[in-house]
Design a protein around this ligand. Sequence first.
Ligand SMILES: [Zn+2]
Length: 103
Amino acid sequence: MTDRNKPNMMRKMKGLMLTHMHRMITCREFEDFVLSYLDNELTGKQKSIFELHLRLCRECREYLAAYRRSMEIGRAVLPSPDDPLPADVPEDLITAILESRGA
Ligand SMILES: [Zn+2]
C-alpha cells in the first residue's frame, strides 16, 4: 500500500463505521430521500441524516446535482400538473396552460 492510497482507505473505513454506528442511510436510501428533500418534506432529523450522507458521499452529491438540474429543466419545459404552482401565477395563465396541454 502506498501512502497515497492510505487516506482513501481510511475514509472508506470511516464511512463503514459511520454507516454501522450512526444509523446512516445507504446510497439507495439516499435516492429515496432526494425527492422529499427537494420538496422540503423531511423532518429535521431526516434532513440532518440526509445532509450527513451528502457531505460524506461524492457520488450522491453528484446524483443530487444531476437530479436538481433535470428537475429544473423538466419544470421549465413541461410543468407537471402534480407540481404545486407558485402562488403568484394568474389563474387564466394556469387555464391557458391546461388548455394547451389538452387537459
Ligand atoms: Zn451515497
